[in-house]
Write a protein that binds this ligand. Structure first.
Ligand code: NAP
Length: 294
């Protein structure tokens, strides 16, 4: 299929590369020039990428970025032809997706929200899990593209429900990681080697996919971004906003949000969200040799 891929960050670049590897005709674009994708042509505006595409796939930071890519100067939204499917794999607000879908449908094109999980390694290995909102027929049209980038597609319901599911799923990543980090801080303070705690966690019912993914990075004090802390904080704000709008309480997440605020004040926003551990260590008076984030 002819695909315009917009946004070549940590996730977008390997996703676009996997589409090209699967034989799709990929034209890619990134706001900051200089990014390349094996097997794809890179052009200089979203409109240029989307002009002749059957599918326009976006993977950018946040709601404002999706607005810029679709509706800004040289945005893709202005060149869409009837029958094109626009897919958004960014994590943004569910209500913004409903608004985008409405405008896109006026052009005779279709829209689905398809945020994903699996992080940098999942994107590289084409093992992403997508949570999708939109019409089943539109999802079926782009099924070969999902297959080239991921392992599972969950159709949640109408537009925006992919994002709603993603927020609920990522809430658990944020809270589970924080509980792992608190466990590590306590263990270290009490004299239990972190490696031993990880060994114990992995062999008990406490184990989790989050710990499976993050433990080796944490033990190696490698806080280079798999999922940048500022983007997890962006998601936390979306979750809290959804909670306020729907009058529900998320007390654990509210506390986790405060740790992110301190981490951002301390300049860790471009590190992985695992660097929130260093804030707990600092509060506990734990000095860790080779701590890339301190
Ligand atoms: P990233 O590496 O920070 O990349 C962000 C991308 O968005 C870059 O291509 C950036 O362009 C672009 N961008 C930012 N603002 C823009 C704007 N105003 N106009 C146009 N482009 C803009 O982030 P990522 O990790 O790939 O994440 C992308 C999306 O996937 C986010 O919504 C994130 O929440 C979600 N996600 C990430 C992960 C993960 O583990 N990393 C997992 C699941 C979901 P420049 O290069 O010009 O800055």
């Amino acid at each position: 299929m002819r695909v315009a891929f917009l946004g070549l960050g940590i996730m977008g670049q390997p996703m676009a590369a996997n589409l090209a590897k699967a034989g799709h005709d990929v034209i890619a674009w990134n706001r900051t020039p200089g990014k390349t994708v094996d097997g794809a042509r890179v052009v200089s505006t979203p409109a240029e990428a989307a002009a002749d595409a059957e599918v326009v796939w976006m993977c950018v930071s946040d709601t404002a970025a999706v607005n810029d890519v679709l509706w800004g100067e040289n945005g893709a939204g202005a060149v869409l032809k009837p029958g094109v499917v626009v897919v958004d794999s960014s994590t943004i607000s569910p209500s913004a997706e409903r608004h985008n879908a409405e405008r896109i449908r006026q052009a005779g094109a279709d829209y689905i929200d398809a945020p994903m999980t699996g992080s940098k390694i999942g994107a590289r290995d084409a093992q992403l899990v997508f949570m999708v909102g939109g019409e089943a027929a539109s999802i079926d049209k782009v099924r070969p593209l999902f297959d080239a980038m991921g392992k599972t597609v969950h159709h949640v319901g109408g537009i925006g429900l992919g994002q709603a599911a993603k927020l609920a799923q990522n809430l658990q990543n944020a809270v589970i990681f924080e509980s792992f980090a608190e466990g590590l801080a306590l263990a270290t303070k009490l004299g239990v080697p972190p490696e031993k705690l990880v060994e114990i966690v992995k062999s008990t019912m406490t184990r989790s996919g989050v710990v499976e993914y993050k433990a080796s990075f944490v033990l190696n004090r490698d806080f280079s971004p798999n999922f940048p802390l500022k983007l997890m904080y962006k998601d936390i704000k979306l979750m809290l906003e959804a909670a306020r709008e729907n009058r529900i309480k998320l007390p654990a997440l509210e506390t986790v949000a405060e740790i992110y605020e301190v981490a951002i004040e301390e300049g860790h926003e471009d590190l992985d969200y695992a660097a929130t551990l260093t804030i707990l260590e600092k509060w506990a008076g734990i000095l860790v040799k080779g701590n890339a984030a301190s």
